[in-house]
Design a protein. Structure first.
Length: 165
């Protein structure tokens, strides 16, 4: 993608295309914008926009990806890290590695995120069990799990909203 195709518009949050773009260009730009919205220092104030950014980043993978959104004490983003990749219907997630990454970045809280390549964001029993296991592990080092978001092409589901946290 060539970056000269896009420039900021006069109204904040708008952009002007300087030349034709392909669908691949548009998808690439959407992913870049989603990553920018989850950039270091940004406060997470609107759950629906966070869901939209996460969906843009993870919905098109043909395999499961487990990621962490690391947050400081004021719930500002420290970073977004894709930690594990799996198969079509699962990913092995190791609590030790989750705790290690969280401590390396000095995070006070995390949001767990993973996608369902099937497109259906409904959490499985395994997703709920993993959430419980990671909550136990992170509690030992005083890190809070604010949510576990499952991403699909049909939307996102929050395990916190379902009462599993």
């Amino acid at each position: 993608m060539k970056f000269h195709k896009l420039r900021a518009g006069e109204v904040p949050g708008t952009y002007v295309m300087e030349s034709p773009v392909t669908e691949a260009d548009i998808l690439h730009m959407a992913r870049q914008l989603a990553r920018k919205r989850l950039a270091k220092g940004r406060p997470l104030t609107d759950p629906q926009s966070v869901f939209a950014h996460l969906q843009t980043l993870l919905q098109d993978y043909p395999h499961e990806v487990f990621a962490l959104l690391l947050l400081d004490t004021r719930h500002r983003v420290i970073g977004f890290h894709e930690l594990f990749r799996g198969t079509l219907d699962g990913a092995s997630v190791y609590p030790r590695e989750v705790v290690k990454l969280t401590l390396e970045h000095n995070a006070a809280a995390v949001i767990l995120v993973h996608n369902h390549p099937s497109g259906d964001p409904e959490p499985s029993n395994a997703d709920r069990h993993l959430t419980f296991k990671l909550k136990e592990a992170l509690n030992l080092v005083s890190v809070r799990i604010l949510d576990h978001i499952v991403v699909g092409t049909d939307g996102c589901v929050s395990l916190a909203e379902l009462g599993y946290l």
